[in-house]
Design a protein around this ligand. Structure first.
Ligand SMILES: [Zn+2]
Length: 97
């Protein structure tokens, strides 16, 4: 007897296309790619804003020595990358269908 989850075709949550091997409540490959593309675009804007805030903080609060500027640049890049990854995860989770 075939299992219900493995062999049956389940509709995509968003576009209702029946895809074999898809679990209930999941997106098809096309919808998942579109959703990830939207999340990446939104996350890029959010992380650019966070990066600009950190750049302002580096120029206003840190001393203007080469060591401080170097660490400031590292902090800006780290803030951009971390904010982007966190934003992508959150947007993928909470973006409406
Ligand atoms: Zn779909």
């Amino acid at each position: 007897m075939p299992s219900l989850a493995g062999s049956s075709e389940v509709p995509c949550v968003r576009c209702s296309t029946r895809v074999p091997g898809l679990a209930w409540g999941e997106y098809c490959v096309t919808c998942l790619a579109e959703r990830r593309r939207r999340a990446t675009r939104m996350a890029r804007r959010i992380s650019q804003g966070a990066g600009l805030l950190v750049v302002a903080w580096v120029f206003l609060a840190l001393p203007s020595t080469i060591v401080a500027r170097t660490w400031g640049a590292v902090i800006v890049v780290a803030t951009y990358l971390l904010t982007r990854q966190i934003a992508i995860k959150l947007i993928m989770e909470f973006l409406p269908k």
